[in-house]
Design a protein around this ligand. Structure first.
Ligand code: PLZ
Length: 451
């Protein structure tokens, strides 16, 4: 089924059918499961989401950085259809199958570093992070895990403890897992001593956190998103992560890179660590890897991953054959269509327009940052102090939604507007989406309404 790559506003957003479905949702789905934009999707592909009312929306969110190859990407559809007809499940721990092994081979090839690697597959990002922590603790015989301010690693009990932000992720859900320590993040825009001092001072703060609060010998691993996702698309200064990595190696501390949001072509390379020349001991992946099917992985040094006793890692569905077939097809698509190159092109299309916006609104656009097709603007209140402006982000978001552009915000303070388009989106839709965003921004700043 083909989907025209065209924005269509057939009704108000959300339309009557979506509204009826939303009423059913409220009556049947836990209120704890929120909805960013209650349009109910019927078909999606390229850069378009079509809803049940016949509206076609431009997608600048990719289902939170998942549909990197696009929705219903042809190779993925074909591979899934073939696999689902062959067999849907055996449990890899019971009777294995080639697709799981092939995904692990691909992970060994693509993740940073030329060393020998092993992987284990899971269902969600949080599950991968949990397992990376298990492996790190088991291998080192140490307990402590160091994470950073603004970090996001998931919503399970251990990963809530690793995640920084209270509302909505942690509030009232404790008590949380122990032996988690938090260091300041190298966040240039908000570093107290200024962006110039950020790399050195944040490195010193990190070393001091581990030394003073944990003790190097008690620290199993440092867990970090090389570019933070939910926390605000925070890009540490170039070279900082490398220093952290080298310091960890000196002290026998494992570096776990959480590449769940940044991985698989999103930032213009296979992994965000690649831009920094950093080779982590363990890498967690999920999201973009499998074209929308649930699949996650921990990949790491063979001696670390193989230190676990037989049967120590697993789960009923981890590395499900349909999800693995999807991943192999998605990765093949990334390779054959050069989606890393496409992510860099998308960056080149976005950045000049975001810079022009910042020039028009120097008092409201505090920072522009990101890499590849993972870009953001941080919004602030007019005046001194870089006060976060979540209300402006919300207003722009609502105006974009009613014009048929699906967008996402993020950030500890809710004031970061982020862009995560599928890499299958065409240039016309990108330009049209940016037109809508800019008009919404101009209107929201002017306090007016978007026509
Ligand atoms: N690590 C870096 O970005 C998921 C969360 C959305 P799961 N980010 C989107 C939400 O509000 O729940 C994420 C991530 C990083 C881990 C995770 C967790 O991945 O597949 O959602 O468990």
């Amino acid at each position: 089924m083909s989907l025209t790559q065209q924005r269509i506003l057939a009704t108000e957003i959300p339309g009557p059918r979506s509204q009826a479905l939303q009423a059913r949702k409220v009556a049947s789905v836990s209120a704890g499961v929120g909805t960013t934009l209650p349009v109910y999707v019927e078909q999606a592909g390229g850069g378009i989401l079509r809803d049940v009312d016949g509206n076609q929306l431009i997608d600048f969110g990719s289902g939170i950085a998942v549909t990197t190859v696009g929705n219903a990407s042809p190779r993925v559809v074909e591979a899934v259809q073939r696999q689902v007809a062959d067999f849907t499940h055996t449990c890899f721990m019971v009777t294995p199958y080639e697709e799981y092994v092939a995904v692990c081979e691909k992970l060994a090839e693509l993740t940073p570093g030329e060393h020998e690697k092993r992987s284990a597959l899971f269902n969600s990002g949080a599950e991968a992070v949990e397992n990376a922590v298990k492996v790190a603790r088991h291998h080192t015989g140490r307990d402590a895990i160091v994470v950073f301010d603004h970090a996001y690693h998931g919503r399970t009990n251990l990963t809530m403890a690793l995640t920084a932000k209270n509302m909505p992720y942690k509030h009232g859900f404790g008590p949380f897992a122990g032996e988690i320590y938090r260091s300041p993040m190298a966040y240039p825009y908000r570093w107290p001593g200024g962006a110039e001092a950020c790399a050195d001072e944040a490195f010193d703060a990190f070393v001091s956190t581990v030394h003073a609060q944990v003790g190097e010998d008690s620290c199993a691993a440092v867990l970090i998103e090389p570019i933070q996702g939910e926390g605000g698309f925070i890009v540490p200064p170039s070279g900082w992560l490398k220093r952290v990595s080298e310091w960890c190696t000196e002290h026998g501390i494992l570096l776990i890179a959480d590449e769940i949001q940044t991985g698989f072509a999103r930032t213009g390379d296979w992994f965000a660590c690649d831009h920094e020349g950093v080779v982590p001991d363990l890498v967690t992946t999920a999201k973009g890897m499998a074209g929308g099917l649930p699949l996650a992985a921990v990949t790491g040094r063979a001696e670390v991953m193989d230190s676990v006793h037989v049967g120590g890692l697993g789960g009923t569905y981890g590395g499900n054959p349909v999800a693995c077939a999807a991943a192999l097809a998605a990765i093949e698509t990334m390779e054959s269509s050069d989606l890393r190159g496409r992510a860099r092109e998308i960056e080149a299309i976005f950045l000049p327009r975001l810079r022009a916006l910042a020039e028009r609104h120097p008092d409201r656009v505090g920072d522009i940052r990101g890499r590849g097709a993972m870009l953001a603007v941080e919004l602030v209140v007019d005046g001194p102090g870089r006060t976060p402006d979540a209300a402006l982000a919300g207003a722009v978001h609502r105006a974009c939604s009613s014009e048929g552009l699906v967008t996402l915000t993020c950030g500890t303070f809710g004031n970061v507007f982020r862009f995560l388009p599928p890499l299958s989106i065409d240039d016309d839709l990108l330009a049209e989406g940016l037109d809508i965003f800019e008009a919404a921004f101009d209107a929201a700043v002017a306090g007016g309404k978007v026509e």
